[in-house]
Design a protein around this ligand. Structure first.
Ligand SMILES: Nc1ncnc2c1ncn2[C@@H]1O[C@H](COP(=O)(O)OP(=O)(O)OP(=O)(O)O)[C@@H](O)[C@H]1O
Length: 498
């Protein structure tokens, strides 16, 4: 049986030309090295190589994530391409029945064209042999994973004739304990630009920047994936500011308060039904509209949380219950208000965290407005790009491959960063939540249970009224309401401080 990847009538020159064409970088590096040896002598080249190795090793030791981002993954991809994949390729392809025979009886073998490597996963791009289809690889995917000694593997068709094989080499969170950071005692100990809520795959703190990059956060995850752990870890990181009235929580838990009912006392507003949630967000937007007008009048352009203008954090646990499954009369105004919350309150301290089991466009039409997206374990591969953005799964965000036992593990995509990052949130138990609530309310409860109020401004309205919500008019209305709103909130804060 002959290997026909190279022509039967190959000459050394043709073989060499083909090799150069197929491996331009490796051949280029070898040529540069040879020229350098001839030019400056091998001692100098050896010394330069030694310095480069020591510098690289020190960089890796001091800051592994940046080393990995800029150099490590290239070196690893190059090494793994040669050592792990190409070296044993023919043997494993043959053993897994992934070769075909052409009309002349020649054996055709799939060919590795590219290898990409992240901290935990390798992606091997393969040109299939004639007569193959992606299903041929799918059928033997576990055999491939075992042959290459990887934990898991996965096949994707990239385009006709090409597939990507993803191999998971390691699972950093198997051995990494993610501790719950201790409660900060004072406001001064909290940095809103670095709220620690977990660890990343390198063992670094995973932080959220509520003043800059992470204005609004969308969490996508199947049931039990651990969405709650991200939200509670964030609240825990904000604890002293919540206690002192510098952060106010507006929480919508439309599934009857299953997730957040336990923390009701520490919330400024709490809604545990879709109807109450819609009222809550309406109130939220009117408060921030009023603030926008007021700060605009004063010419204030940079937001600093204060007792007069606290950071207003809106949390919605199951967005789908508000945007997809609620009555149209609730859904339509909620979507308008949520879109407004995501686009208009950056400079006046409005922040939003939303969670959903189905991060599809139908369910969350405004998902593109969340600058930070976190994909926990998802039910389907197609949800990954829907949650994190186009092409993120190809870049290594295999959220659909996160095993159930790794609750709280997720891929994060932040605006301005190309690659997804794998992280795990610290887990907040019910006892930790009780401690948190006690801590945040020891100077007086902050909750104003909106759901118990009977002032539903939509009661008696027709669907048409609600659809014709006019934001310009709303702003005028807000101006009229402004004094009431401000009085109402300042009163609340004063009580808390006293
Ligand atoms: N960060 C974490 N670390 C370890 N275990 C976790 C973590 N987060 C969640 N878990 C485990 O997973 C379980 C489910 O978590 P959680 O209720 O937060 O999921 P969820 O995504 O909010 O689910 P649902 O959508 O059904 O509310 C928890 O009871 C806990 O045992």
């Amino acid at each position: 049986m002959r290997d026909t990847r190279v022509d039967t009538e190959r000459t050394p020159v043709r073989a060499a030309a083909r090799f150069v064409a197929r491996h331009p970088r490796s051949v280029g590096s070898a040529v540069v090295l040879d020229v350098a040896v001839l030019w400056v002598g091998y001692q100098t080249v050896l010394m330069a190589a030694g310095i480069a190795v020591v510098a690289g090793a020190s960089w890796r030791l001091l800051d592994r994530p940046t080393f990995d981002r800029f150099a490590g993954r290239l070196l690893r991809a190059w090494w793994r391409r040669w050592w792990s994949y190409r070296r044993q390729w023919l043997r494993i392809m043959t053993a897994c029945n992934l070769t075909t025979i052409d009309h002349k009886g020649n054996t055709l073998t799939p060919r590795v064209t590219w290898v990409k490597s992240t901290f935990a996963w390798d992606t091997v791009t393969v040109r299939m042999a004639k007569g193959q289809e992606p299903e041929d690889f799918e059928k033997v995917i576990n055999r491939l994973a075992n042959s290459f000694k990887t934990r898991a593997a996965n096949v994707r068709q990239l385009k006709p004739g090409k597939v990507a094989l993803d191999f998971q080499r390691r699972e950093p969170f198997d051995d990494m304990f993610v501790p719950l950071p201790p409660l900060a005692e004072s406001v001064e100990a909290v940095n809103l630009r670095r709220l620690v809520i977990g660890r990343d795959e390198y063992g670094r703190d995973f932080t959220v920047d509520l003043l800059g990059r992470d204005l609004h956060i969308l969490l996508g995850g199947a049931t039990g994936a651990g969405k709650g752990s991200f939200m509670w870890a964030l609240l825990r990181a904000l604890a002293p500011l919540i206690r002192d009235g510098l952060v106010r929580l507006w929480v919508i838990d439309p599934k009857g308060g299953m997730e957040f009912g336990i923390g009701e006392e520490m919330f400024h507003e709490f809604a545990e039904s879709d109807k109450a949630g819609q009222k809550l967000i309406r109130k939220y937007t009117s408060v921030l509209d009023a603030r926008k007008l007021e700060l605009g009048r004063q010419g204030v352009r940079t937001f600093t949380p204060s007792l007069e203008t606290p950071l207003e954090l809106l949390i919605c646990d199951e967005l789908a219950a508000m945007t997809a499954y609620a009555d149209k009369a609730i859904r339509a105004p909620f979507e308008l208000d949520l879109s407004k919350a995501l686009t208009q309150y950056r400079a006046v301290g409005g922040r939003t965290v939303g969670a959903s089991q189905e991060p599809t466009k139908d369910v969350i039409p405004m998902r593109g407005l969340f600058p930070t997206k976190i994909a926990l374990r998802l039910d389907s591969a197609s949800y990954v790009d829907m949650c994190l953005g186009e092409g993120m799964r190809d870049m290594g965000a295999f959220a659909d491959k996160i095993p159930e036992y790794l609750a709280g593990v997720a891929y994060v995509k932040k605006d301005g960063r190309r690659e997804p990052l794998r992280v795990r949130a610290a887990y907040t138990t019910d006892d930790d939540i009780t401690e948190l609530v006690r801590f945040c309310t020891d100077r007086g409860a902050t909750v104003t249970p909106i759901r118990r109020e009977a002032d539903d401004e939509h009661v008696g309205q027709t669907e048409e009224d609600i659809y014709s919500t006019d934001f310009e008019k709303l702003e005028v209305d807000d101006e009229t309401d402004e004094v009431d709103e401000t009085d109402y909130y300042e009163g609340d804060e004063d009580e808390e401080i006293a």
